[in-house]
Design a protein around this ligand. Structure first.
Ligand code: FE2
Length: 160
């Protein structure tokens, strides 16, 4: 029996591939805003949590940069164009730009909220990909989701 497997998603043949790219671009935009927020916190936090927050936000923005690149290249692989304008990031992100309250207590709450939002957005992209048999995108999302879940559990333990 011959296995039939047409890679119709590669090169955007089919509406579903276009929609996967849209999903990925939402994840990409959300990650970009998150990345810049982490840098802001890293640079500007003040107070008794300075060292903890400097360390954790550096870890988060470095990890985000890697994931942003992976998502963008996944979009290219599918034949799409990754969002690249700052205005597109702001308009498509599910995370809002931060407030000017840079106290440690406020940053801790925002960190937890934003990681939860990222998890939701990436899970939606993964769900969509699973439903359309795009296992490559599922794999990419799964790895990122696991990393964020680990961070979420650590943040929750820290905030108790
Ligand atoms: Fe630094």
């Amino acid at each position: 029996m011959q296995l039939e497997r047409t890679h119709k998603k590669l090169g955007l043949r089919g509406l579903e591939a276009v929609e996967i790219v849209e999903n990925l671009n939402t994840s990409l935009s959300t990650y970009q805003i998150f990345y810049h927020k982490m840098q802001n916190f890293h640079w500007n936090v003040e107070g008794p949590d300075f060292f903890d927050i400097q360390d954790i936000t550096e870890k988060l923005y470095k990890e985000s940069m890697k994931n942003i690149d992976t998502i963008a290249e996944r979009v290219r692989l599918l034949g799409g164009v990754p969002n690249y304008r700052l205005s597109d990031y702001i308009n498509n992100s599910k995370i809002v730009e931060d407030t000017h309250d840079l106290s440690g207590d406020n940053i801790k709450v925002i960190l937890l909220e934003d990681v939860e939002t990222l998890l939701k957005v990436l899970s939606e992209t993964a769900d969509y990909s699973i439903n359309h048999n795009d296992y490559g995108t599922v794999h990419v999302m799964q790895e990122m989701i696991h990393g964020l879940e680990m961070m979420h559990y650590k943040l929750q333990s820290w905030l108790k």
